[in-house]
Design a protein around this ligand. Sequence first.
Ligand code: MG
Length: 167
Amino acid sequence: MKFTFVPEYRFNTFDMADADFLTDIGVKGIILDIDNTLEPYEHPLPGEHVIRWLNSLRDRGIKAAIVSNNGRERVELFNGELGLPAYYKAKKPFKKNLLRAMSDMGTSPDDTVLMGDQVFTDVWAAHNARIRAILVPPINDKRDVLTRFKRLLEKPVLKKYEKRKNK
Ligand SMILES: [Mg+2]
């Protein structure tokens, strides 16, 4: 990947990356971030819309796995009903747990995509593992200083994405 931080795709919500789209871009497995990608931090369980979307992927033969930097309790509770391969304290942007997730799904970098809300965690991790990235805006963005600083750093990256897309 030439552009380490620039995602290959962007959507406004996770479920806009539907089974048709994923199939079109040759995806057989999707690695998912939880927090602010599928649900905000304060929702311990996946909502109806998350479950419906995951079912629609499964019906089309697309596998899913969770790779989260959050802790064991968060990930195990969230994944309880879903029963996906799941890794907590995953240390994204390091690729180790993305490779594990691919091995669980039986997919390879060419037919896997990662979806997350953070450029310097999720997108970077995807590219470290040589897989494509879908970036979604954080569901509930915090207004604290660190988050605002991170968003500021993301701005030129997102600009680059728009430039490449419009070529
Ligand atoms: Mg997140």
